[in-house]
Design a protein around this ligand. Structure first.
Ligand code: NAD
Ligand code: UGA
Length: 480
């Protein structure tokens, strides 16, 4: 096939990746029509919302990009078949969560949505269509995608439907998605058909310098995505393991991170100790890697990577345990304020957020949690905790009743002062900027003494906490 100039793109999946990625492609390639389709009507309606503060994904800068391109060459629709039929290039950007049952449950990726997309493409595509795997997929998934597409090529009734398959994994991080998409460290394109690769390169070349566009074979591309996430997550588990050792020895993990990060071979990024990594992908992608290693007869390699996830769960439980221990061994009936529920700052995403596991552990212990997050709504928190919100109790009588019942409850708090009022402890679990700027001299008198601040994100200034008469635990800070 000659190098096709891409005029029309369809992206299946209007989620955290499909939406922002296609918005940036449309913004940077005004000559290309980009249609993002999804089976979820509510999500598509939200992408079409005239109020740009109500897009389904919160990302700094996304609203401006959507404002420029939407309606011009960026469209959001549920007309999946129509958009595929009109496209020269179809991106598959659907969810690939961990399987919950059957073969590989708990580790392997559930590829049912990817397969459904491939079948949808065989039904609706016309002419030559380049199919691009944007979802994160186990290495060798392209084989299955190609086999499904080949069935359509063979059964085409003379109308000449042909396909090429590329792998083009996405490396954006939530909260910095627009910056990552507009100025990527690299764009990775894996494939066998050089013309198809050139076509996708021509799209990215609108704004990405050539030297940042890497070409590999299909399998290297698929595997590089899993490996990149595994390496990043491994650094977090490594620094969190050292944080625990710092607490036990009188060292300070921030100082250790600075000391080791100054070695240019190690580098300073991704050495922030915290409540463990969250997000929809690190755990799922490592578990997928673990599954693949076992499948390919490499159990020792599988165990090595599995330990990264185990250490992460351990860190989350460890923080909940620390809170209980510091509060005289019990949190039953105690009011604890949780600041931050999103898995990181600048996103409304709570998938695998450390706050979920930590809050669940504390609820199990009978704690009364006031939860504050500037971007996560209370319905989402209720779904994550599998527990409906209670009404905010009266500080005197409400908490006493709850203390007697021993049942853990939670309620959402729109403002930080009311979350903290009457609390025995504050736990900071997301590094939102506003938590860096809290006035502890004003907040401390609202709490029940002796009161604690547990800073799992290193956002407070210790001297301010101490001056306000509060006890402070910081992740990775040993007592000298
Ligand atoms: P998401 O769940 O936010 O979005 C996926 C969307 O696909 C959903 O809206 C769903 O309704 C839609 N969908 C599923 N099957 C469909 C079908 N057959 N037809 C039409 N629409 C369909 O997921 P996401 O976070 O955007 O992730 C997508 C992929 O990108 C995953 O493989 C993930 O691992 C990868 N990834 C995610 C991130 C991230 O930061 N979230 C970063 C890099 C890569
Ligand atoms: C991550 C990768 O950074 C992206 O490159 C990748 O595309 C994406 O996963 C994906 O495949 O989904 P993301 O999960 O959005 O992006 O966010 P990160 O910034 O990587 O943070 C992940 C988690 O690690 C967060 O909970 C964060 O708080 C935590 N983290 C990060 C730390 O605890 N310490 C650090 O030093 C860095």
């Amino acid at each position: 096939m000659p190098v096709a100039s891409i005029r029309s793109i369809c992206c299946i999946g209007a989620g955290y990746v499909g939406g922002p990625t296609m918005a940036v492609i449309a913004d940077r390639c005004p000559d290309v029509q980009v249609t993002v389709v999804d089976i979820n009507q509510t999500r598509i309606d939200a992408w079409n919302n005239s109020d740009l503060s109500r897009l389904p994904v919160y990302e700094p800068g996304l609203d401006a990009v959507v404002r420029r391109a939407r309606g011009r060459n960026l469209h959001f629709s549920t007309a999946v078949e129509e958009a595929i039929a009109a496209a020269d290039m179809v991106f598959i950007s659907v969810n690939t969560p961990t399987k919950t049952k059957g073969l590989g449950a708990g580790q392997a990726s559930d590829l049912r949505w990817v397969e459904a997309c491939a079948r949808q493409v065989t039904k609706s595509a016309t002419g030559h269509t380049i199919v691009v795997e944007k979802s994160t997929l186990p290495v060798r998934t392209a084989e299955a995608v190609k086999a499904i597409l080949a069935s359509a090529e063979q059964s085409s009734d003379g109308s000449q439907v042909t396909f090429a398959v590329l792998s083009n994994p996405e490396f954006l991080a939530e909260g910095t998605a627009i910056q990552d998409l507009e100025s990527p460290d690299r764009v990775l394109i894996g494939g066998e058909d050089p013309d198809a690769i050139d076509s996708l390169v021509s799209v990215y070349s609108h704004w990405v310098p050539q030297e940042r566009i890497l070409r590999t074979n299909l399998w290297s591309s698929e595997l590089s995505k899993l490996t990149a996430n595994a390496f990043l997550a491994q650094r977090i588990s490594s620094i969190n393991s050292v944080a625990a050792l710092c607490e036990a020895t009188g060292a300070d993990v921030r100082e250790v991170a600075r000391a080791i990060g100054s070695d240019s071979r190690i580098g300073a990024k991704f050495l922030q100790a915290g409540p463990g990594f969250g997000g929809s992908c690190f755990q799922k992608d490592i578990l997928n890697l673990v599954y693949l290693c076992r499948h390919f007869g490499l159990p020792d390699v599988a165990n090595y990577w599995e330990s990264v996830v185990q250490l992460n769960s351990w860190q989350q439980h460890r923080i909940a345990r620390t809170v209980v221990q510091k509060l005289f061994g019990t949190v039953t009936g105690k009011h604890v304020a949780i600041l931050g529920f999103a898995f990181k700052a600048d996103t409304n995403d709570t998938r695998e957020a450390p706050a979920i596991r930590i809050a669940k552990d504390l609820l199990e212990e009978g704690a009364q949690l006031a939860i504050h997050d500037p971007k996560v709504d209370s319905e989402q928190i209720a779904r994550d905790l599998q527990l409906p919100a209670s009404t905010e109790p009266d500080v005197e009588s409400g908490l006493t009743r709850a203390a007697l019942s021993g049942e853990g409850t939670w309620w959402p708090s729109d403002d930080i002062a009311s979350a903290i009022k009457g609390a025995d402890a504050v736990i900071i679990l997301t590094e939102w900027n506003q938590y860096r700027e809290l006035n502890w001299a004003v907040l401390a008198p609202l709490m029940r003494q002796p009161a604690w601040v547990f800073d799992a994100r290193s956002v407070v200034t210790p001297s301010e906490i101490q001056a306000a008469g509060l006890n402070l635990w910081r992740v990775g800070e040993g007592q000298p």
